[in-house]
Design a protein around this ligand. Sequence first.
Ligand SMILES: [Zn+2]
Length: 426
Amino acid sequence: MPKLLIRNGRVIDPAAGRDEAADVLIENGTIVTVGPALEAPGAEVFEAAGLVVAPGFIDMHVHLREPGAEHTETIETGSRAAAAGGFTSLCPMPNTSPVNDNPTVTRFIIERASRNAVTNVFPIGAITRESAGEKLAAIGSMKKAGAVAISDDGQPVMNARLMRRALETAMSFDLPVIQHCEDLTLSAGGDMHEGSASTRLGLRGIPGCSEDVIVARDILLAEATGARYHVAHVSTRGSIELVARAKARGLPVTCEATPHHMSLADSDMPPYDSNYKMKPPLRSREDVAALVEAIASGVVDAIATDHAPHAGSEKMQEFERCPFGVIGLETALGVVLEALYHTGKVSLARVVELFTAGPARILRLDRGTLAPGAPADVTIFNADLPWTYDLNRSFSKSRNSPFDGRTFRGGPVATIVDGLIVWRRD
Ligand SMILES: [Zn+2]
């Protein structure tokens, strides 16, 4: 395998406490050295002056739609969109068809990824069989097959007794439990956040408390069991406060935030535009401000896209009938830099941490760092580069994004997986 020398970049590696001008030398898919003025005769040179050189970004929450809905995304197309967004590792949620609730499906995803994906793929298994919320899935054997966490994402585990058993079982296999926090009895029939915007548009609302009550219940269960518990796509001030309090008490509770929830509010949605329809819904301005504050203060552990491809035909029905979800792999870094860094709220090192060391810690992956010996996953980005997102040139098979035509300040420049450049901005 060839040598690659990334020269003169600003190396930000939060896991190693590093933020300085340096070179990075890669050999045989592994980080060899990070330091000033490295010599590497015969190496391919990547000139990174003016660019940030970071550990490869990890997206711990995506939907790749394979198996079952390959017309909207495949492991291959999803991974190509990911690479173009600076991501080197993806964790696909189990709500495929069939659901990833047993080791056969887990192995199928890993095997497809090894042949077709340009990024690493670490599958997340289901908590319950078919994510139906009735009986536990084959958690131990999915872990053996390679699952890095369990979740019924798309659905909450509504039954508290079952959730308690899921936490106990996950703990015995040393896996985190990722919850999609939505009390279905409170959110039933809702299409957007319950507030003045939903009233104005005459749409049924999904109240913030539908998220908060599940987070509150689960934190009590996490405390009772001692299990690792992770809140997916946290979106309300209430649930942020609950997570902050749990952390302050030393509980193993973590959470992630999506780029869309930290940048858009319910009132930003053009009337009945289904490219702004997702779960949890875009919340109020106050919730968005609370989320940005929680990211800055360290309550939020990771940024995850919740990339959720849907066919145009599904998203072009009347608003109430449209499925929930937006794509987000290619726009994540641009949106995040704009919402957090260029507003002066969050440092660049912290932004990098949320994409790298943060998710790696939650999932206990041997990634998210440029330490010598680590797999050579590297994301190179420009924090100021202006670029415009053109959906028609997306690598994703789907087009459901609220950011088409947006010009961003800052975005990925090159993505390196296991020492190979898998995407480069042209
Ligand atoms: Zn979800």
